[in-house]
Design a protein around this ligand. Sequence first.
Ligand SMILES: NC(=O)c1ccc[n+]([C@@H]2O[C@H](COP(=O)([O-])OP(=O)(O)OC[C@H]3O[C@@H](n4cnc5c(N)ncnc54)[C@H](O)[C@@H]3O)[C@@H](O)[C@H]2O)c1
Length: 437
Amino acid sequence: MSLPSRRASEHRRGSGPSSRRASIDPSRLIPMDRVHQVPGSDDFNVVFIGAGNIMFGSDEGPWNHSFRFEHKLGPRLKVVALIDPAIERATSVLQKKCETFVKSAYQDTRVFKTFEDFVRNMHPRDRPRAIIVGSPPMFRGSTQPGRNIEMQILQHFPGVAMFIEKPIATGPEGEIEEAFKISKMIEDSKTVCSVGYMLRYLKAVQMMKKIIDENQLTVMSTIARYACAYESISKPDWWDKSKSAGPIIEQGTHFCDLSRYFGGEVEISSVQAHSLEWDENAGHLSKININESTIAPENRIPRVTAATWKYESGAVGSFTHVVALQGKNYSCEFEVYADGYSLKLVNPYVQPVLYIRKPGDDNETTIRFGDDDPFFSEVSNLIDIIEDIEEDPEAATILSSYEDAVRTYEFTWAIRKATEKCREDRVKKVAEAAKVT
Ligand SMILES: NC(=O)c1ccc[n+]([C@@H]2O[C@H](COP(=O)([O-])OP(=O)(O)OC[C@H]3O[C@@H](n4cnc5c(N)ncnc54)[C@H](O)[C@@H]3O)[C@@H](O)[C@H]2O)c1
């Protein structure tokens, strides 16, 4: 279908991580007790670090790693430890699991406050085959004690695979180099490691890649837009740059990563950006669900961030992140242009739709991906690689390595710094103008 009216109707549909009409919906997966084709028969020990939303789900979105592991491994799944300083939260999620048919995966799970406690108390039979890190990014991606979980894993469990949630860190900008050091340690030790940029696993995204490869296209431009529904974001940390590092590093990172996935490496020094800040007239928001006045003014987040940059290839990228929508549904789009082609991905979190324009046809072809779960695909690929399963002709691949994710992290920091520099210059100009009058 390529009629503009058809596209318009698509745009009116719900499009946010929270949409109830989601096709990326864990409840569509086969429940654990009905998973038949389980390669291998041995138990598969897993350690979960973090007992929060990404690991056990919430009504904020379709993420829920535990559910995907249950689906992938069926009765083989044994979560040997759940590590979270919030013991009550950890105990409560486990209790809920044990009340259902997935009990066998969790009935022997031990809860620890820290990774060190787990290491000290682990029974040899509980040695994990994969460690899944879904703690807040402020506790990872650094070489500093207390924020160096990757190094701790490498030290105590050499050879054990890791999955690390995005962004790889949210520490100070000066620590980006430390993240590159960690990346080198992971690389040198040949540890299997996957980072949670799940949009790369979307069938729509892979189709875009295929079109580019098969037609030997050179990407000329990437254009990304991410408008979140701020009313539904009620985590105070998200609104506080000193905690989350801001909406580009924490949330927009998915689209910055997609941009790099298609455009290649970014010339970091070329990044330019403007922001609309909380204290500017146009930045006033009427439905924030947290008390923003408790956050220090310098740590309040921008309402709009608009960035442009050059890729090393010469192509140009742009990204606009907007904190403006109310309700629950986000509005996100990502476009790639090459000679004769435009590939436009709409609503990637919920019901991905791809609009393709090719040479010889001024109309777009629309492809809807009704049943695709990138969260499952990233878990599934990781397990297949750990188990070395290569029967599938399209063998599993990790699409986001740690090093790649550090580059995305560096890029998102460059956008944040560019907006802050721009704001500083503007504030100075206004102050100087006030002196003159
Ligand atoms: N890929 C996605 O779409 C997606 C979606 C949601 C969250 N995430 C990412 O997942 C990560 C966690 O987010 P969340 O929404 O689950 O947060 P959350 O606040 O719901 O949960 C985090 C949990 O980690 C625990 N924790 C704190 N410090 C810890 C430590 N040192 N070790 C272990 N656990 C610790 C907290 O007590 C809490 O229970 C973030 O990096 C976030 O960006 C990714």
